[in-house]
Design a protein around this ligand. Sequence first.
Ligand code: GLA
Length: 368
Amino acid sequence: MRTFRAPGRVNLIGEHTDYNDGFVLPAALDFSTWVRISPLDERKLKIFSENFEEEIEVDLDDQNLSARGHWSDYPMGVAVVLERAGYHLRGARLQIRGEVPIGSGLSSSAAVEVATACALVENSGLKIDPRELALLCQRAETEFVGARVGIMDQFISLFGQAQRALLLDCRSLEFRLLPLPDNVRLIICNTMVKHALASSAYNERRAQCEAGVKHLAKFVPDVTALRDVTIEQLEEHRNGLDDVVYRRCRHVITENARVLWAGDALESGDLVRFGELMGASHRSLRDDYEVSCEELDLMVEIAQNVDGVYGARMTGGGFGGCTVNLVADTQVEEFRVRVAMKYEEATTLAPEIYICVAANGAEEVRQD
Ligand code: GLA
């Protein structure tokens, strides 16, 4: 029996930029999914979820496997994509336990995918470059599960490092690890709401970005993604662009710039500047990209009025889920109490508040 662990993530800045070939700045969290695996002689996977207390069986030679809106779509999708890519898997019994809050925008799905992929690869005696593995896990979600996600979540779940945030170029997959100072904490506030339209709205945003690229490519040479467009070019060729599409493009283009500035700010220890950029990111997601919601806006507003808060913003896909806050370590208790009280007063919902540290990416857990 071997055990593999893969973490969830929080994105500090760079939202809805990954599928536009842009930049993101996430950190891996100390919340993980664990997969225990042992080989089977038959070409089958027997997958048990501790969270859902259910076992499913997958015939690895079945060519017609498809998603059915079930927790098992994620591990099954990983197996299917690995097989389709020509990696011959050995049968196995898997036991999955996830501690990443599900449906909160902290990438519980990427954690399941990556932990399953690492377990299946090792169990089959295969070697796969971790960048390729990240892309295959992403493909499990885009091609099998049917959510057109970008590369951020799977990448950080594999490449994260303790006490570091990771600035990723989602086009080249090159990255820089940036230190998170000792005297600040990442605090994640869960609004405890998830609005139903999240996944259809996500795919709709992607389509709007593609529409923007199609228009801009007529005027600006070599544009294949919004990554290739400057804000000046967007303004210059705004005519003929639907107003909603224009605002979607403006978010992505300005957000990419903010990520690069934020990376520099972190590198030079300028937390005030970093926090301002987080605030600007939130406003852009709220007003231009329209993926925030009342509860997220409220949570951010409450946090911004607490002493010792450098920055606050929604994190992840949006429409509910969590905010991320950069808070001076001396103010953590005050933050926790004030934010919980004010949020509950206004919404009657008791938020979950997680005081996090940036953790390492996926690994085998040795049991001595
Ligand atoms: C989800 C997706 C990511 C990314 C974010 C928004 O978490 O899985 O790929 O697009 O939304 O930044």
